[in-house]
Design a protein around this ligand. Structure first.
Ligand SMILES: *[C@@H]1O[C@H](CO)[C@@H](O)[C@H](O)[C@H]1NC(C)=O
Ligand SMILES: *[C@@H]1O[C@H](CO)[C@@H](O)[C@H](O)[C@H]1NC(C)=O
Ligand SMILES: *[C@@H]1O[C@H](CO)[C@@H](O)[C@H](O)[C@H]1NC(C)=O
Length: 320
């Protein structure tokens, strides 16, 4: 099967670029990471453009909007999106993420701001959270950087995998800040990346799933977490023994967590759900039993559409 070959190739590249000593061959990975340029002429009904926030730290975003909205003069909600890749890989211009964000915008008929944050291991936690939060502040402070048909009062945060972890941590930071225009009305965590020292059932049951193995997650955490910390660091284990934030006191928007039954991170995502629930937050968890980690990125697989439908339902609920 074509996908199987693709997964094998992906694994091969990762093993080549992510060294056991914790370093990464950034030049090789950048060379192999196929890029898509932004496009002012609609591609499948979606236009996109790039905006620099802070060139000194390569902080920028790609804005995707449905071409039809531009023409009709309507007003749309906006998703601020954090891509996955274990905090170490990819960018909004990576072919796969450009394609996925385009699809989200086409199906959800909203605007989407895909944030380019700095990567590990060159930049460790909490750099990524700061970049994510600064992107939100920039959107809040610079009215002219979003088209007039984007409504900042209808703002969702979303992310997949490491981007889901980022979205959570950005919400926590945003809870202590008063935005002047932006209003966060929902959080969408697609197979978010959480972890801890303990080995959970789903990690033991599915240790070598196609796109993400236990060995990979250990590598990503080591590359991302501050030197000398273990996986119980609160960035990974948000409701674990070392968690320092009382989430029940954080202003937290309604949340949707999407999980896959074959994802090795399934149990950590359930712990995240339980933690939010216990803290009294409005949270839903929806599982596609046949999804493995990252499978939503493949249009060929039915799980991709299932997730998009659930996001659509969730957004509609917050918009009434
Ligand atoms: C880490 O390993 C890679 C590949 O094995 C090697 O090229 C690189 O020099 C090593 N870096 C350090 C700091 O040990
Ligand atoms: C963390 O460790 C890496 C490699 O082991 C090293 O290059 C880096 O300087 C360390 N950072 C700090 C803040 O100690
Ligand atoms: C994390 O929590 C454990 C158990 O409560 C404790 O023994 C350990 O010292 C903590 N680690 C850090 C880095 O705070």
């Amino acid at each position: 099967m074509k996908l199987r070959l693709l997964f094998a190739f992906f694994k091969f590249i990762l093993n080549l670029c992510c060294h056991q000593n914790g370093t990464i061959n950034r030049r090789l990975i950048n060379f192999l990471d196929l890029k898509s340029p932004p496009s002012k002429t609609p591609r499948n009904g979606v236009i996109s453009s790039d905006t620099v926030i802070d060139a000194s730290r390569d902080l920028w975003f790609r804005l995707f909007t449905p071409a039809a909205t531009v023409l009709a003069g309507g007003s749309v909600p906006v998703i601020v999106y954090f891509h996955g890749g274990g905090f170490a890989l990819s960018s909004p211009s990576s072919f796969a993420y450009d394609d996925w964000c385009r699809e989200l915008v086409r199906e959800l008929r909203c605007a989407l701001v895909s944030v380019n944050y700095r990567l590990a291991p060159e930049h460790r936690c909490p750099t990524q959270y700061e970049d994510g939060f600064d992107a939100l502040k920039f959107l809040d402070d610079n009215e002219d950087k979003l088209p007039v048909y984007v409504n900042p009062k209808l703002c969702f945060l979303a992310g997949d995998s490491a981007g889901g972890n980022l979205a959570h941590n950005v919400v926590v930071k945003a809870g202590e800040h008063e935005f002047s225009r932006l209003k966060l009305i929902g959080l969408i965590a697609i197979q978010p990346f959480f972890g801890g020292k303990e080995r959970t059932e789903s990690e033991i049951r599915n240790p070598g799933r196609p796109l993400l193995s236990l060995k990979d997650t250990d590598w990503y955490w080591r590359a991302f977490l501050p030197n000398g910390s273990d996986r119980d660091h609160p960035a990974a284990n948000v409701f674990g023994p070392n968690s320092s934030v009382d989430i029940s006191r954080v202003k937290y928007p309604a949340t949707l967590i999407l999980t896959g039954g074959l994802d090795i991170l399934n149990d950590w995502q359930r712990k995240y759900y339980d933690g939010l629930k216990k803290a009294g937050k409005e949270v839903d968890l929806v599982e596609d039993p046949n999804s493995f980690h990252g499978s939503y990125m493949f249009h060929e697989l039915p799980g991709s559409y299932f997730f998009i439908k659930e996001i659509q339902n969730f957004m509609q609920k917050q918009l009434v």
